[in-house]
Design a protein around this ligand. Structure first.
Ligand code: GRF
Length: 197
């Protein structure tokens, strides 16, 4: 029987990467289980997907905190610790994190980003790859550090850019690859950590 490490997933929107991780965690031999899904956005569609699967899923709305980002993240941190999560997977979590939160989860927080980092940190990655005339595009799972989309790379996946591609076709084709990448990268990360300890 595989020991399953408790993980949390943070989302802001549709949650397709979250859903792919939930699917992976359903396999008996996958080394993680999702103990909570949290969102800063009460309307995130992914919350309903998680709830339909009986995964505890909560929103901690950032708006009442105004500019006090750290207080919002202290509330998130409290909920995460209460859940027992040992690793956080950011999956379309659209807020830049404060130094407090990054430090609290240092070495234990992963993100998926739709570009071949270090190329194209930030937004509009598909259009930027097209505008640059790139032949290849891809996605990266990396550890989260204080610089946005800057942490050490854990794994990447690549796709060819086709002459007829638009940002939309590219993002759609890449998303399927992201779903496979994230579960493979998380498995690898947990396995490597277990063998290092
Ligand atoms: C994905 O493209 C992911 O790489 C990026 O945000 C998007 C989230 O999509 N960080 P979803 O909510 O997982 O469907």
């Amino acid at each position: 029987m595989t020991t399953k490490l408790p993980i949390a997933i943070l989302i802001s929107g549709r949650g397709s990467n979250m859903e792919a991780l939930l699917n992976a965690c359903d396999a008996p031999d996958y080394p993680a289980k999702v103990v909570t899904v949290l969102s800063n956005n009460p309307d995130a569609a992914g919350l309903d997907i998680a709830r339909a699967r009986n995964i505890p899923a909560h929103a901690i709305d950032h708006r009442p905190f105004g500019r006090d980002r750290e207080s919002h993240e202290r509330a998130m941190d409290k909920a995460l610790r209460h859940s027992g999560a040992r690793i956080i997977c950011l999956a379309g979590y659209m807020r830049v994190l404060t130094p407090f939160f990054v430090k609290a989860w240092s070495g234990r927080m992963l993100n998926i980003h739709p570009s071949l980092l270090p190329k194209y940190p930030g937004l509009h990655t598909h259009q930027r790859a097209l505008d640059a005339g790139d032949k290849m595009h891809g996605a990266t799972v990396h550890l989260v550090t204080s610089g946005v989309d800057e942490g050490p790379v854990i794994a990447q996946t690549r796709i060819d850019i086709r002459p007829e591609d638009t940002a939309e076709t590219l993002s759609k084709r890449l998303l399927t690859k992201e779903h496979a990448l994230y579960q493979d990268a998380l498995r690898q990360f947990i396995t490597d950590q277990a063998s290092a300890s």
